[in-house]
Design a protein around this ligand. Structure first.
Ligand code: TYM
Length: 340
């Protein structure tokens, strides 16, 4: 294995923590689909080891969530013939490399992670050690494939910077150029989709209000109602993009429109600038229904055959291990583990 030439390889993961939102779709899954093709090898993972870090998940629920996430990936256009699709726990090299990285990452680096601080709040003493160590596992997820590109939403940027720091420190400490310095791919109009009830808050599956988000399993009526009722201000859409400054709800709907239409916020404003929301929202609702509701139908069809989903995941894990086994072996050799 050459230690300086890295194959263009995409890795990304999503937690099977239940419920996929429009944020997950536009910020992540749709981008994963776009990156399939000749330029990259693509590897997409249901990160079940991450899903148990935050709170206790009932085992049967975790099983269902993992299958549902796999169905969501496929319904959105991830092709298991083209991409490696699997669940993290079935490729043990992720957790094995994570241990090495626990010994590379510094406490100070981990303590700066804003997502831990946000999730733990005042309750840090009662959080799991896994939640604190989670970004080192995320670095291992990526680097066990020598992945070069990682498409994610904006909220994962700091974790990807940590991944680069871990790779650089490992390479420096052991005097090798073994791990690539990964490129975050945080692009497009919807890297941070906001709540439909509050344009200053991220759209999230954990928000108490279901009206704050569009779920990938919502039917056409639910999607249209949520967009019609989305909070907005009383002004019409501006005719220039900078007219969206200080109008987070309007900006969010324009960004969602642009991402769903494979267009840009500039193009949306040049076509719809000056319109009232009473005119813009129905067009957006039609677009969202046209793009999203076929996926929810396809998801339920796939969920009706869990054995087929399990077969796809098992095959993906086998393919993944062909890539991870030699990289873990070489890592162990570099570190000085006898027998590797
Ligand atoms: P997770 O499961 O919270 O989210 C999965 C992906 O969805 C993106 N996302 C959003 N994008 C735009 N707007 C939103 N409102 C929004 N909400 C979620 C996230 O940015 C993410 O890309 N730590 C990761 C999972 C992970 C991972 C990895 C990712 C584990 N190992 C290795 C990449 C590479 C997470 O919790 O994502």
């Amino acid at each position: 294995m050459s230690e300086t030439q890295f194959t263009p390889r995409v890795f990304s993961g999503i937690q099977p923590s239940g419920g996929l939102t429009l944020g997950n779709y536009l910020g992540a899954i749709k981008r994963f689909v776009d990156m399939q093709g000749a330029e990259f090898e693509t590897i997409y993972c249901m990160v079940d080891l991450h899903a148990i870090t935050a709170k206790f998940i009932d085992p049967a629920t975790l099983v269902r969530n993992t299958r549902e996430l796999c169905a969501g990936f496929i319904a959105a256009g991830i092709d298991p013939q083209q991409s490696i699709l699997f669940n993290q726990s079935q490729v043990p090299e992720h957790a094995q490399l994570a241990w090495i990285f626990n010994c590379v990452a510094r406490m100070g680096w981990m303590q700066r992670m804003t997502q831990f601080k946000d999730k733990a709040g005042k309750n840090a003493q009662n959080e799991s050690l896994g939640l604190f160590a989670y970004p080192a596992l995320m670095a291992a997820d990526i680097l066990i494939y020598h992945a070069t590109h990682v498409p994610v939403g904006e909220d994962q940027r700091q974790h990807l910077e940590l991944t680069r720091d871990i790779a650089a420190k490992f390479n420096h400490d052991y005097g090798v150029e073994f791990f690539p310095i990964t490129e975050p791919v945080i692009e497009g109009a919807a890297t941070r989709v906001m709540s439909l009830r509050d344009g200053t808050k991220k759209m999230s599956k954990s928000d108490a209000s279901d009206m704050s988000r569009i779920n990938m399993t919502d039917d056409a009526d639910a999607i249209a109602t949520k967009i019609r009722k989305a909070r907005t201000d009383p002004e019409p859409l501006p005719s220039e993009l900078d007219g969206l400054d200080d109008r987070p709800e309007a900006r969010n709907l324009v960004n969602i429109f642009a991402a769903l239409a494979d267009s840009s916020p500039e193009a949306v404003i040049s076509e719809h600038g000056g319109q009232q929301f009473s005119a813009f929202k129905p067009v957006l609702a039609d677009l969202a229904v046209a793009k999203l509701s076929p996926m929810s139908g396809e998801m339920s069809r796939l969920m009706a055959d869990p054995a087929e989903i399990d077969r796809i995941l098992a095959h993906g894990a086998e393919q993944a291990r062909e890539l991870t086994a030699p990289i873990l072996k070489r890592t162990y050799e570099i570190v000085g583990m006898v027998g590797a």
